[in-house]
Design a protein around this ligand. Structure first.
Ligand code: AKG
Length: 285
């Protein structure tokens, strides 16, 4: 699935984009399902639905309402949609991650992140590994673009090479903010590259890569389907903040029946009290 240049870029920079990995026809069922959820969200004043641990499945931006729906997150869509389950059962996303991590792959979690026009949704600088520590860091966040991702639409931005650097704290003054310190974020702003591409493209990002994204300034939606896959011998060290009945299942290859670990130290992450990490990043738990 991946060229040698894409594999090298991933290990060098911690990120690579595979353009047009999925066709418009592949995306159609995913889009239709998402539109259905946006329409459904108009009936709700706040977060709704439920995932395994009782927290809401559907998260909305403050200011969300019937006339201007701002559904910003659907947790574990594979549990409630065949179209999203199908993506995990084989195809470009799985094959691309297998090209990087080897044949034996395990599912950790998935979500849909949406920035609807005018919603103001942003993501502050963070590393995924400090939310989802595993016994080793062969973990990839795969982001499938459901829309054309341009500079104006609030693309994911990644600091190249940061996956080979330190793990940064997400705790500040005894509060889990889900974001790195301001001085680290300021450095990221100057060093980051944007992950751009047409709809159907796949951005593969190392779990330790520092990343963020800013507001969608266009009149159309910016939706990413985001799945975290790991080498099958990378075992989660904390409960998943986006729980799924599919977490831990083998998506490719086989279960090696072993755990591989690397040395690192970090603070425990905190499961958000509400529907998603957006509230933590906004300072509201
Ligand atoms: O939606 C984005 O731009 C990035 C999302 C992200 O970093 C996350 O959900 O952890």
């Amino acid at each position: 699935m991946l060229s040698q240049a894409q594999k090298s870029e991933f290990w060098e920079n911690g990120v690579t984009v595979v353009e047009s990995a999925y066709s418009a026809a592949d995306l159609e069922p995913l889009r239709q399902q998402h539109q259905h959820w946006i329409d459904e969200s108009r009936q709700h004043a706040g977060p709704f639905g439920e995932v395994l641990d009782g927290r809401p499945r559907f998260d909305v931006e403050p200011g969300h309402g019937k006339e201007s729906p701002a559904l910003r997150r659907v947790a574990s869509p594979e549990e409630v949609s065949q179209a999203y389950l199908d993506i995990l059962q084989g195809g470009p996303l799985i094959e691309a991650v297998a090209d990087l991590l080897g044949a034996d792959l395990r599912f950790h979690h998935a979500k849909l992140n949406s920035k609807l026009p005018g919603s103001g949704t942003t993501v502050k600088w963070h590393q995924d590994f400090t939310f989802d520590p595993h016994s080793n860091d062969d973990c990839i966040t795969a982001m499938l673009f459901l829309d054309d991702i341009t500079h104006e639409i609030g693309p994911a931005r990644v600091v190249p090479g940061s996956h080979r650097g330190p793990l940064y704290s997400l705790w500040h003054k005894d509060v889990f903010t889900g974001a790195v310190a301001h001085e680290v974020a300021a450095r990221c702003e100057t060093e980051a590259i944007e992950c751009l591409g047409p709809e159907g493209s796949l951005c593969l990002m190392h779990t330790r890569a520092l990343h963020a994204s800013s507001e969608n300034l266009t009149a159309g939606p910016r939706t990413l389907y985001i799945a975290t896959l790991t080498a099958a011998d990378a075992i989660p060290l904390v409960p998943c903040a986006v729980p799924s009945s599919y977490s831990g299942s083998i998506l490719h290859g086989r279960d090696p029946g072993r755990i591989r670990s690397i040395a690192f130290a970090m603070e425990n992450p905190e499961i958000p009290a509400g529907a998603s990490f957006f509230n933590q990043q906004a300072g509201g738990g």
